[in-house]
Design a protein around this ligand. Structure first.
Ligand code: HEM
Length: 450
């Protein structure tokens, strides 16, 4: 059985149709040949973009010469009202300085300190669940937001401000229809003005709430009463090169991206993984058996026992990478596969297509968590697997997410069985890869809890 894959568009479509398809969903707007191509050029009267789908080219852009391929300003246009100068959008010196301050908070050792907060969020998620048919993106969004608030600010999602940020965020996403288009093509300079008034207003109110949290924390740090969590760590870390710490304003920008990048993506990945486990009950039973290791209580060492959960989560990130495409810009003339590319061209890297490349992967569209132990799986993991990107701009939260995902999955299937219903999800790419009409699953308690 092949898990859901969006329909590809016909090979030839008019520009108008392409733009229209694009606005609906960037995945189904692409032709099937991208699953076999090493590179594709998108030529229109207004812009040129190149989708690179060959491991060595992706390596050049992300790992070998990342400074020559910065993020384009235009991409940030839709997100800037919310994210300001966050590490997700900056380039050059500013970005390097921000990473020097943020990275230590996400190092391996700190993950161990963060673990109890993740564990509590997982337990709270299980306690909230009921038997019956549920939309699981809703469940995983709530759980992932809870993880972020607990690890960053030591508050649960039930906290009044946390609740308000979470619900304002949903409004923000609803006002973002044009983001897909802006992310892929080099839009005109006036593009930001197209963003609706409502989008700007929602962004402002989210930032006001985050500012309250950040100011309160700054006061606690000064008073010596701050909890030892990610926010305190980041706000007290000085840049090793200049000795500066983040100002409150800069910290608000970073919190906004941690919240956005940290909860949207994990929520998408967890929801798709639960769907895959419902489609493949033999894997779900395997995870439920393995999850008995959790009965020993909150201990970071348990992660080394949740191997099947990790492999399943990895496979879900391959088939449904939450960030389906990333865009960079050339800063000098380049030659890719004998083609001359001008300065200022958009270079699109598509985890979605690379992860399903027919000339690289065995059984590219199939669900096979055992693949990671095979030669082909190992080689593709090194060369064609980039759910968290790669190189210096790799996701700061990659290690965090690889603990959170397998842990929450194991906790959920330890207590509940997830089964498909008559509604099959259709993947579409909005801010992250989601299902068109949600992911509906039937939940029943597992026997030991009944
Ligand atoms: C399954 C979960 C996640 C996935 C698949 C994911 C994926 C990604 C990807 C692909 C990028 C690079 C985007 C680009 O270059 O355009 C990225 C960047 C980023 N992610 Fe994640 N992410 C996840 C979870 C998290 C978490 C939990 C956090 C923080 C708590 C986080 C924070 C960030 C930040 C700050 C960046 C910007 C890094 C930079 O540009 O230097 N992410 N993420």
């Amino acid at each position: 059985m092949i898990p859901p894959k969006p329909p590809a568009r016909p090979e030839k479509v008019s520009l108008l149709k392409y733009v229209r398809l694009f606005r609906q969903d960037i995945l189904s707007a692409q032709p099937a040949k991208l699953y076999r191509a090493w590179m594709a050029e998108f030529k229109t009267p207004f812009f040129r973009s190149y989708l690179i789908n060959q491991p060595s080219l992706v390596k050049t852009v992300l790992n070998e010469r990342p400074r020559a391929f910065p993020k384009s300003d235009r991409i940030g246009a839709g997100l800037r009202p919310l994210l300001g100068n966050s590490v997700f959008l900056t380039n050059g010196e500013t970005w390097e300085r921000q990473r020097r301050i943020i990275d230590p908070a996400f190092e391996g050792g700190r993950l161990r300190d963060t673990f109890p907060a993740m564990w509590d969020a997982g337990q709270a998620a299980v306690a909230r669940l009921d038997e019956g048919v549920h939309e699981v993106e809703e469940i995983t969004s709530f759980a992932a937001a809870d993880v972020i608030f607990r690890t960053l600010f030591s508050i649960p999602i039930e906290d009044e401000i946390a609740q308000a940020v979470f619900s304002e965020f949903r409004d923000y996403q609803r006002t973002q229809p044009i983001l897909n288009l802006a992310a892929f093509i080099k839009g005109p300079k006036w593009m930001p003005r197209l963003f609706r008034k409502r989008t700007r207003e929602t962004a402002q109110s989210i930032r006001a709430l985050i500012t309250q949290l950040t100011c309160a924390r700054m006061a606690q740090i000064k008073a010596g009463t701050a909890p030892d969590d990610l926010a305190t760590k980041i706000m007290t870390t000085a840049d090793p090169e200049t000795g500066d710490t983040f100002t409150t304003e800069e910290m608000v920008d970073q919190v906004a991206i941690f919240f956005l990048a940290g909860h949207e993506t994990s929520a998408s990945a967890l929801a798709w993984t639960l769907y895959l486990l419902a489609l493949f009950p033999e894997w779900q039973d395997k995870l439920a058996e393995e999850a008995k290791a959790l009965d020993g209580g909150c201990d970071f060492k348990v992660m080394s026992k949740l191997r099947a959960s990790r492999d399943v989560f990895r496979e879900a990130l391959r088939l449904y990478p939450p960030v389906p495409m990333m865009v960079r810009e050339t800063t000098c003339p380049e030659t890719f596969r004998d083609r001359d590319i001008k300065t200022g061209a958009q270079v699109v890297i598509s985890p979605w297509h690379l992860h399903r490349h027919e000339r690289l992967w065995d059984n590219p569209d199939g669900f096979d968590p055992a693949r990671w132990a095979t030669e082909n799986g190992k080689q593709c993991m090194r060369e064609a697997y980039i759910p968290f990107s790669s190189g210096p701009r790799v996701c700061t939260g990659a290690g965090f997410a690889m603990v959170e995902g397998p842990l929450l999955l194991s906790m959920l299937v330890r207590h509940f069985r997830f089964e498909t219903t008559d509604r099959s999800p259709v993947p579409v790419a909005h801010l992250t890869v989601r299902s068109k009409d949600g992911i509906w699953l039937k939940l029943t308690k597992r026997a030991h809890d009944a």
